[in-house]
Design a protein around this ligand. Sequence first.
Ligand code: ADP
Length: 336
Amino acid sequence: MKNPYTIATLGSHSALQILKGAKDEGFQTLVITTDRMLPFYKTMPFIDSYVRVDSYADFPTVEKELLKKNVIVIPHGTFVASLGIEGNKKMQLPYYGNKKVLDWEADRNMQRKWLEAANLTLPGQFKTIERATFPVIVKHHGAAGGKGYFYAKNKKDFQKKIKTFGKSPYTIQEYVIGVPFYIHYFYSPLTKKLEIMSMDRRYETNVDGLGRIPSAEQKGIEISPSYVVVGNSELVLRESMLSDAYAMGNRIIDASKKLIDKKGLYGPFCLETVITPDQKFYAFEISCRIVAGTNIFVHGSAYSWLYYNEPMSTGRRIAREIKNAIKEKRLKEILY
Ligand code: ADP
């Protein structure tokens, strides 16, 4: 039987991976895209149709047209960035994921409560700079893609940098010295099983470039670390630490079912951690959807290969989940 659904997403972030995965699982595919991106997407053989918008924030103007096309929308980072939480909530189209999670993710205090309830180790957080232990990283509440952050080595440094930081609310967090490690998970409410899909590290400018200049050469020039993500690279975790990474993911899911609602968090999510020399994970953020770091693994990862024995990206895993839900007549359980 021909699959009656079309998988649709906005043309950016991880759209290629999502739509390739959807095609591999037998769905029709559609991209909502701007004129700038259209010629590029047209070169991709797995995208069946295109709906154009002037900007991604105009998504609501094409909703009616999409309703007729029997689409299932797969959200990614651009959905929140361009439409805001309210825009996501208002969307009438069948949407993969639990929208109730959005508020818990967006508010740094609620997110912290959730991660604490999951018994994760978190970087210290300080109400005022007087109480801080240094170094610290200062984050705007809406910071994204590493923009809206600064590093401060002491109080004087903080006071200097805060002057040009703008007025919106910020958080002062302990800067954990270790290696950044992003773990990509997928939780299926159909099987009640958590999978580790892949892992990445971000390539951030200029913090990843500073190490190329010896500290003696840095002295006297004004450079502060900044954290703008420009790429991602693949990682595998020391095998003896995998069970801890897995257990953290499970505790996140359990806590979400208690704090958010019965369904809690499901589908893809990512824990952003720093690992210290004592092999401890400090979780500093959770992303509750597919993350761009999974784009490395269009052909699957060292972990997804173990579960599936076939190329299984996170994008394809989402489509597989939707396909399984259709087969089991449980689609409603995973759509919002
Ligand atoms: P975004 O909100 O864009 O996802 P992140 O929260 O991932 O940004 O932070 C951007 C970068 O800042 C991280 O990749 C990491 O390098 C660094 N970072 C964030 N929090 C900490 C922390 N508490 N200790 C050390 N580094 C951190």
